[in-house]
Design a protein around this ligand. Structure first.
Ligand code: CA
Length: 419
């Protein structure tokens, strides 16, 4: 696959995250328009609602793009996903004979505000990156017992909160919570002192299911992917998590990038999961290459300071694919809904510079990082802005996600009052 050329000039570079090859789905507003479905192309957004209303996009079943979220398109199914993409490609391709009527429907991206691209039905987060699980397990249980006994056999997950999933650019207030340090006799209620980020990819379920589905079916049900920062209160987590797993430590916020990258745009970047140390049971066996070669990075910008890259890794480091996670999720008969969001789990690589959380990067706070401005970090400080970026690089083009960004606000002065 090479760069597909568009009549939108800025879409025709190797560096733009939004060439014609990508066409990611988002929701934007401007001073003139409320939340509207759009597709990114170069430095512009195509107003898809207007394109549908004017008959440039014609989808089966009537209007799908007038709801200010992409869920109706997801619900319409994979055949419609293909049609949307084919029609958008025809509208925006170089030498399109409709350029003159499409051009007035473009909005300059820098003048638009971006919103949640879909209504999150439910949110589940996994713990499916081997390097992350090994690092965390080594810190808490020692290298010998780093991976729990179930880890090589199933993707560990927990049911999270859809209500606290927010779009990039939303500030995140440091939570209060119940904390008990290792040398404290009793717990106390205090602001989180070990607030952290987690670099993940979010998979969006586009089709419902009402019983167990196979890994291949699960892959077909996935609509697209976003970057995901699973903000984590480590001190709250350490006290609360046994025996049922994280609860309030993960409930403050989960930030996603603003553009849903369609699965179709990532097809050229598919790659295999790693070799299996223990064979997977049949219902979780790989049904083809279901990871993607997506370069990922985490950066931190202190308030008023310089940006520092904290880590660089790749989605292909995962042990379980989103399709395997979705298939596992349904084994109980658990119904899945259009708009379900699945967090991959923290994505770390084997090297120290490839770790996707501050917990790992500072090794539990024992080895603080030095930022570009010379200051140190073990965990996030107030005013820190965290930025996740992702890029799949093809022959002369890039598939990007848009930044996944959030800034830490100070904890409220009191547990129940404003700051
Ligand atoms: Ca996580």
């Amino acid at each position: 696959m090479t760069l597909l050329r568009s009549w939108v000039d800025t879409a025709n570079s190797a560096e733009t995250p939004f060439p014609l090859n990508n066409l990611p789905y988002g929701v934007f507003s401007t001073d003139a328009s409320p939340a509207t479905c759009g597709v990114a192309i170069g430095d512009k957004i195509l107003d898809c609602q207007a394109a549908e209303q004017s008959g440039l996009l014609t989808l089966p079943g009537g209007a799908l793009l007038d709801r200010g979220v992409w869920n109706p398109v997801m619900a319409a199914g994979p055949a419609v996903w293909t049609q949307v993409r084919e029609q958008l490609t025809a509208l925006l391709a170089a030498h399109s004979d409709v350029q003159a009527v499409v051009e007035p429907l473009l909005v300059t991206m820098s003048e638009a505000r971006l919103h949640m691209p879909f209504a999150v039905a439910e949110y589940t987060d996994f713990y499916a990156g081997r390097h992350h699980a090994t690092n965390v397990g080594t810190m808490f249980r020692g290298a010998e017992n780093a991976l729990p006994p179930n880890w090589l056999h199933l993707p560990i997950g927990y049911n999270g909160r859809a209500s606290s999933v927010v779009v990039s650019g939303t500030d995140v207030r440091r939570p209060w919570g119940q904390i008990k340090g290792p040398n404290e006799a009793v717990p106390r209620f205090a602001p989180c002192a070990r607030f952290d980020l987690e670099l993940e990819l979010g998979a969006i379920v586009g089709q419902p299911s009402s019983g167990p589905i196979t890994v291949a079916q699960a892959d077909a049900h996935l609509f697209g992917y976003v970057l995901l920062n699973d903000w984590s209160a480590r001190d709250i987590q350490a006290w609360e998590y046994q025996p049922l797993g994280p609860f309030q430590a993960k409930a403050t916020a989960t930030t996603i990038s603003p553009w849903i990258v369609p699965k179709a745009a990532l097809e050229p970047f598919r790659c295999d999961t790693p070799d299996r140390e223990a064979p997977l049971l049949d219902h979780l066996k790989d049904a083809g290459p279901m990871l993607y070669d997506i370069a990922l990075e985490v950066a931190l910008t202190p308030q008023g300071g310089k940006i520092s890259t904290l880590a660089q890794t790749n989605y292909r480091e995962m042990y379980y694919s989103s399709a395997q996670q979705l298939a596992h999720h349904t084994t109980s008969g658990c119904p899945m809904r259009v708009g379900d969001l699945l967090g991959s789990g923290t994505i770390s690589g084997p090297e120290a510079t490839q770790r996707g959380s501050l917990l790992e990067l500072s090794w539990g706070g024992k080895e603080p990082l030095t930022l570009e401005d010379g200051t140190k970090r073990s965990f996030l400080e107030d005013g820190d802005m965290v930025t996740l970026r992702g890029a799949a690089r093809g022959d002369g083009y890039t598939i990007g996600f848009g930044d996944c960004r959030g800034t830490v606000l100070p904890a409220s002065d009191t547990p129940f009052g404003p700051a």
